[in-house]
Design a protein around this ligand. Sequence first.
Ligand SMILES: *Cc1c(COP(=O)(O)O)cnc(C)c1O
Length: 393
Amino acid sequence: MTTNITLPNQIVSAIRSVIGTETALLHEPSFNGNEWNYVKECLDSSYVSSIGKFVEQFEGELTNYTGAKYAIAVVNGTAALHIALLLAGVSNNDEVLIPALTFVATANAVSYCGASPHLVDSEEKTLGMDPIALREYLNDITEIRNKQCINRHTGNVIRAIVPMHTFGHPVDIAELKVVAHDFCLEMIEDAAESLGSYVDGKHTGTFGLMGTFSFNGNKTITTGGGGAIITNDEDLARRAKHITTTAKLRHMWKYVHDEVGYNYRMPNINAALGCAQLEQLSTLLSAKRHLFKRYQKAFENISQVSIVKEPNGCQSNYWLQTILLNNSVTNQRDIILDSTNEAGFMTRPSWTLMNDLEPYKNSQKMELSVAESLQRRIINLPSSAHLDMDKVC
Ligand SMILES: *Cc1c(COP(=O)(O)O)cnc(C)c1O
């Protein structure tokens, strides 16, 4: 009987039973392949920066892996979102639909375009945008004029929608695509967290006009810092490459820049790391999936907690393992976070909702009851692939 063991202690024991008695961070990279070789190759050749073979190689491998026609490597995931939104036509005074429950980068990228985030509620089964609630909301507050979606409250154009695949779990992207179409919105997928996640066998990030990835140190694979835009549109791909590399025209010696460009290119040394990481992606993904199964077993007898599983028809990369507290025990969330962190297991609550952050507190928003509930109930668990690989070896 475990009835007189407190919930925080039960959770600490469950985590310990999965990852052993050692401490564990939330998400650490694994460098078990050609990382040293490829980075050394950069140093030996002196091509560490804006010239070198690895950027193109990394982009090519990303297209092979995701099935997108084009990939443009950039300096981080936020920059990828910024450029994707600009190229989708987002500009001053526009509004862009983003989830309230996301990392702040999604909202910031909208702001960089002079536009405002407009916050959308989640659904519990995906943690991401709820297409049904969103459709009802848009029916209520918008009208279509000249093939533009006008927010009747602000008079602004709602230009685009940015669904995000939370912790690697695919959002209901097929339905959201229909909503985007019906309301004349460009769809950009924030797939920062979902490299290796699929919907009906199609890679996340390939459903909209463009998709974006992050290769920050805590993501499934890392380039140190880095990101990418993927798209099937040749013209957009060309524009993305141009504008992220200072908009310089090709010339043997002349400096001609034909628009305001950005220095957002990914350095060769980072791309070298990325090439090595991509070679191991399938190993990392199976380790993460296996880690999920072990957590699932460890938590199955704790009735006040459920573990977040990939949505039906989807394959998740299980980037961050997640438990959801039942409503009856949300008042224990902070004690659980304290106990697990004190025990050496790095756990984290979900992000603060965008509307609770100072820069976004006055954002337009729909009713956010599910996102608010999720925000009180989500706890992310230590999720590094090596936690499984160490155990298996
Ligand atoms: C990590 C992340 C980003 C941005 O990535 P950076 O590479 O850190 O700029 C954007 N959106 C989401 C949802 C993320 O998790």
